[in-house]
Design a binder for this molecule. Sequence first.
Ligand SMILES: [Zn+2]
Length: 503
Amino acid sequence: MKSYYLTTAIDYSNGDPHLGHALEKVGADAIARWHRLRGEPVHFVMGMDENAQKVILAADAAGRPPAAWLDAMSERFDSTWKRLECSHDDWMRTTEPRHARGVKALIEQIQARNPDDLFVGEYEGRYCVGCEEFKSESQIVNGRCIEHPSRELVPTKERNTFFRLSRWRDPVLAAIRSGAFRVEPAIRRNEMLRVLEDGLQDISISRGRLAWGIPFPGTADETVYVWFDALINYLSATGYPDAGYEKLWPADLHVIGKGITRFHCIIWPAMLMAAGVPLPAMVWAHGYVQWGGAKVSKSEGTSVSLDEAIERHGPDALRWFLLREVGFENDGDFSFERFDARYEGDLANGLGNLAARVTAMLEKYRGGIVPVGAHVPEPLDTAGTELAAEYASAMAAIDLKGAAEILSRLVSEANGYIVANAPWTLAKAGDDARLDVVLASLARCLLRLSVLASPFMPAKAQVLWTALGQPGSPEKEWRLALQPDLAGARVAKPDNLFPKPAA
Ligand SMILES: [Zn+2]
């Protein structure tokens, strides 16, 4: 069975990881975890883009030799993503020899199959070092790049190698229209279709030989343009061009930000077509995390420290907030007020309080042993089965915000069921049979919730799972979200699931 192969964008090593990066990584991680939960083999790759001019400028500015700077940045990013519980299987750095081999092989494959696609020409234009690309008039506002209004554009004139991108317009357009190559969400697909319908210009894909970067095959003095090199990381991470790379390729999903869709949805498929390599199945382009209405990014200097955000309520809570509130489709605001409100509402008073109440009642009334209950499903079981199916549809559609909201709906259903059935009244009345039914249904609901929570909050889902007396972890146990069975299990109050912040 081919692994579900997904990637995130690789980040420039020119500054610390921030909340904008974090949204992408935890979103992709939730998708990876969702596929594992269903029992699929998954291969999840993240990494660093280390061949950019601005990376070397950052190393110089820091007074560090480039190699030492890159190692330190790579460690910093990788350890931050691990702290946020990202479960990547591979960490690709574009300065690695395996990547240089992949780049060389892909360019040589284009040279061999479509030699007319590469030609020497002269380029004159305005270059944004932030984006590492030439900007067209439609991408320039007030003389500046739209993505980098604080940077000066650099007038540049160069003689170098071009890729005949214009020739691939119709095939790329057809692949997107037919869905053979999916660009999601629809707003991004429509943007790409408009760009393609307007026509494409050929692009410069080499630079005069730089001290840093991958030599352009067949030339004496050119370096591969950093974007052309960076995109190939998704392929070189599979072991390409060695036999067996097809075990991973084509990729199932590239997760990126909406600012780099033209590279991933137009240039990348054209490069692959020119080389005769199959296209990835899908690109998902998420929106931006905003802080006070502005995009959170290194270059624009918006200051919200990722470490501070993680420490506020812990990594699981930050993952939850980013995916539940900011979302994975449109832009969304980050604020500590909203973060605190979500933490208290959804987690401390929501899932955390429910788990504490139900386990406390099981301990008090049944010595911590889940009763068998009834053979006929309770309304809470029926609701749980329906919501689990809705959750599955949302996850399959990469509607992470929707899936998170469904999880909270199940918490509300359980709280409503407790109020409607008042277990304490049943205990007082000595209605043991009915109390068994109610407690068993609530326990099953908690088990479902631990499974549904696992892609979003892996560590907290594990705490709940263990408190419910389950061995191992929920990470491959989707069947228990559909048909939870907990009769006879010994449960205990989960330890510090979502502590209330000190007032
Ligand atoms: Zn820019």
